[in-house]
Design a protein around this ligand. Structure first.
Ligand code: SF4
Length: 197
């Protein structure tokens, strides 16, 4: 998938949401005017925005980086991948490797967090000509860095998700409910999903 303009790209946030509930991405992409903003979303965003100034006090993950530097809120776009996104933090190790770090207002790592981190890894690979096989998720409430292997399997899964999202947008196809409708409790789009039992 090659696209011409960044505004046509699937975002890394779309990829994360796809791993949570495909229909959320449908609402945001095909019916963008209906998105509500809840207090919890705003609160979470503020905590997220406060993180860079905390992050500079954290030590580098010694397992992967002997020495290096940090950059925050790094934006990437790849026309070839058809995606764009802003990584919370990248660590540029002095050996030339680059490690993405994503901040999460969560106490555990979920699968869709790994998909998001993998998408950042693919963007870094595309734009920086390095191989990215590891990243970190920083769990804000626990102040804990969790090491994530960015495997070939995860990369393939993310490429398939990107393709599926473009197909959904082209066909304006509304995905089915997720298998676990417990996810729907508290969902900002709950009032639009009238087929939940
Ligand atoms: S209410 Fe449930 S099915 Fe509807 S968008 Fe939210 S999580 Fe998905």
């Amino acid at each position: 998938m090659t696209i011409m303009h960044e505004e046509d790209a699937v975002t890394v946030t779309d990829i994360k949401q796809w791993g949570y509930c495909k229909r959320v991405v449908y609402y945001q992409r095909c019916l963008p005017d209906i998105r509500p903003t809840t207090y919890l979303m705003r609160h979470g965003r503020q905590q997220h925005e406060d993180q860079p100034r905390h992050a500079v006090r954290r030590v580098l993950p010694a397992q992967d980086v002997a020495s290096g530097s940090r950059e925050f809120a790094v934006r990437y776009f790849s026309a070839e991948l058809g995606i764009s996104g802003m990584v919370d933090e990248i660590i540029r190790a002095d050996d030339g490797s680059i490690i993405p770090v994503d901040y999460k207002n969560a106490s555990t790592v979920a699968n869709n967090h790994k998909l998001q981190l993998t998408a950042y890894g693919l963007l870094i690979e595309a734009k920086e000509q390095v191989v990215v096989n590891v990243g970190y998720i920083y769990l804000i409430p626990k102040r804990k860095m969790v090491r994530i292997a960015i495997t070939d399997t995860l990369k393939t899964t993310v490429r398939e998700i990107i393709s599926s999202i473009f197909t959904m947008i082209d066909q304006e196809w509304m995905p089915p409910l997720p298998e676990n409708t417990n996810l729907c409790v508290g969902c900002e789009f709950r009032r639009f999903c009238n087929d939940i039992g």
